[in-house]
Design a protein around this ligand. Structure first.
Ligand code: FES
Ligand code: FES
Length: 158
């Protein structure tokens, strides 16, 4: 496979790597960059486990290609503990018992991060819509929605 130079920002840090532009973004993130917080579930864009924030929007990294990383600004779950909103979301997920096996959690946290960063005045319905592409097999969605709603309330009260 022919590799090409790629430069991008990931979790606030500049990267210059060589990668096959046709490789999946999730493989570059997990294997080349060894950021294994991003999970692979379905591999076909249906479960949201592989979500990353790509130029401000949550995307399924199993559907994007390495070549699309050129010039992009990407956040993965590893960045969340360094960011106030990401840290707050993780705390609320724990407080609301919104994590069981945790496999889906990075995806939910990143979708919630992108949502609340754009608009902390979200309704419960808007939270439900935002996480519609994310599947959780064990916690159930009510605690997850509660955690995101509590985070939004905290932001509004701050
Ligand atoms: S692994 Fe990418 S959406 Fe399921
Ligand atoms: S906590 Fe297990 S899949 Fe969601």
């Amino acid at each position: 496979m022919r590799k090409i130079p790629l430069s991008f920002t990931l979790n606030g840090k500049s990267y210059e790597i060589e990668a096959d532009p046709g490789a999946r973004m999730i493989d570059v993130i997990r294997n080349d960059l060894e950021l294994t917080g991003t999970k692979e579930g379905c591999g076909v864009g249906e479960c949201g486990a592989c979500t990353v924030i790509f130029n401000g929007d949550p995307v399924a990294s199993c559907l994007l290609l390495a070549g699309q990383m050129q010039g992009a600004d990407i956040l993965t779950i590893e960045a969340m503990s360094e960011l106030d909103l990401g840290h707050l979301l993780q705390d609320k997920f724990l407080e609301e018992d919104a994590v069981q096996c945790g496999f889906c959690t990075p995806g939910f946290v990143l979708v919630a991060y992108a949502l609340l960063q754009k608009n902390p005045n979200v309704t419960r319905e808007e939270i439900r819509e935002a996480i519609a592409g994310n599947i959780c097999r064990c916690t159930g969605y009510i605690p997850i929605v509660n955690a995101i709603e509590k985070t939004a309330e905290h932001l509004r009260d701050a």
